[in-house]
Ligand binder design. Structure first.
Ligand code: GLC
Length: 436
């Protein structure tokens, strides 16, 4: 909580919706090893050596890269911030780091790919987030462990046994200092990930806060970017909890009380571009994930995995545009909204801000929807996509149901009259104007 009483995460609760970008050398092999694995983990899954992987470095040539287009599409999809992989576990850097040669400027890309992206998104009014891997399978001082691509290579392990984690810590801190010094205001840093023996005993050589020097790193981060949001993967409590590829059952509670949270979700199961993966989630499912999240006080960070030529891809673009169409009409039921103190009807969710309650209908009922506890509480009700009135009815609970007359609803129930056909939007929303 800063001196004016605003939490660092307040802007996140206003924004509610961000774009995650996984882009790097793994966009060239563009494959999962086996179903359910992640394309960006190809070096580890296939136990590729640096020499094997070097082919992807010399063939990383994003000639169709247009960050202004990416930023525009994100804005039009209704996203209010973005988080990009500055460096993923393979150690490849999208920016022109002074601390390594393993960077975009030394590939056919021949330039810092991060700077134009930050400028493009910032000029579209989106906040800036950096994903930064704590792991580094390329760095000569990063000790081999149970996730490392050479974990089964005894000769490699023997020849690298003396690796000095302290040197790697210096490198990690040095690169984070570059990112938080050379690119203007950074609103969010998403470190990834810690696997200390206490939590991942099955992974030998697991690494946690001591290995990363997390306390010192965090102090430096706050010193360089006061007010920045830091996630929860440094093996230290974070400002935001980051569940991944699952939807929490309710608001996330941590020992310090309720936590801001942000679920990161893929479009098709993989973060990195995965050419043959057809498991695309429908725009409707993604809108429901977002609404469900807001109804539980959480955010959605939705991922794209651009291709090696620097494009978002047809499927990703059409999905973002369908979500954008829904957000065009319904953004007020998302931005700055949170949980409501009312129980929604089955297959519905409530989001709320000030005197507005938004009923999101996930499965279209026949003719009516009954809202427990809202009788006498509303001034007006309307569909948000077209502003048309939704008629309300408060029936006397003592009146029994009869052949042609509905009855038997609990006292305090408000009934809304609905058209037989669901309006042509993925998730219809009814805006309810609460009386003061
Ligand atoms: C996991 C994956 C990593 C991905 C991250 C996104 O940690 O291992 O590849 O970048 O999740 O949240």
């Amino acid at each position: 909580m800063d001196e004016v009483g605003t939490r660092t995460t307040d802007w996140m609760k206003e924004a509610r919706f961000g774009l995650f970008i996984h882009w790097g050398l793994y966009s060239v092999p563009a494959r999962q090893v086996n179903k359910g694995s992640l394309a960006e983990w190809v070096k580890s899954r296939e136990r590729l050596s640096d020499d094997d992987y070097a082919a992807y470095f010399s063939h990383f040539d994003p000639d169709l890269y247009d960050p202004a287009l990416w930023a525009r599409e994100a804005r039009n999809a209704g996203m209010r911030y973005f988080v990009v992989t500055t460096k993923h576990h393979d150690g490849f850097c999208l920016w022109d780091s002074r601390l390594t040669d393993y960077k975009a400027t030394n590939t056919p890309a021949k330039r810092d790919l991060l700077r134009p992206m930050v400028e493009a998104f910032r000029s579209e009014g989106l906040r800036v987030g950096f994903y930064h891997s704590l792991l580094d399978w390329h760095h000569p001082d990063f000790p081999v462990d149970g996730f490392h691509p050479q974990r089964d290579d005894d000769e490699f392990k023997r020849s690298t046994a003396g690796r000095d984690m302290a040197k790697y810590r210096d490198y990690l801190r040095g690169q984070v200092r570059e990112l938080l010094t050379d690119y203007g205001k950074v609103d969010y840093i998403f470190f990834d990930f810690s696997y200390p023996p206490s939590r991942r005993p099955e992974i030998w050589g697991g690494k946690g806060r001591q290995d990363w020097g997390s306390e010192e790193l965090l102090a430096m981060v706050h010193d360089l970017q006061p007010g920045i949001v830091v996630n929860d993967r440094l093996d230290l409590p974070g400002d935001v909890t980051t569940p991944e590829q699952y939807q929490p059952a309710g608001p996330m509670r941590l020992e310090g009380g309720q936590s801001a949270w942000e679920a990161c979700q893929t479009l098709n199961g993989s973060w990195g571009y995965d050419r043959d993966n057809r498991e695309w989630k429908s725009p409707e499912l993604l809108v429901k994930l977002q609404v469900d999240g807001v109804s539980k006080d959480g955010n959605l960070l939705l991922n794209v995995g651009p291709t090696a030529r620097g494009e978002l891809g047809r499927e990703a673009l059409s999905t973002l545009r369908r979500i954008g169409e829904w957000m065009h009409w319904h953004r007020e039921s998302v931005y700055g909204c949170g949980p409501a103190p009312f129980t929604p009807p089955p297959d519905c969710r409530y989001t709320m801000k000030r005197d507005r309650l938004f009923l999101h209908v996930f499965s279209w009922p026949f003719g009516h929807v009954h809202l427990p506890g809202l009788a006498g509480r509303l001034d007006f009700a309307r569909f948000l996509h077209d502003g048309s009135e939704v008629q309300r009815e408060e029936t006397d609970p003592s009146r029994p149901a009869s052949t042609i007359q509905m009855g038997g609803r609990p006292a305090g129930t408000l009934t809304l009259h609905l058209p037989v056909r669901q309006p042509d939007v993925p998730v219809p929303v009814i805006e309810l104007f609460l009386r003061p």
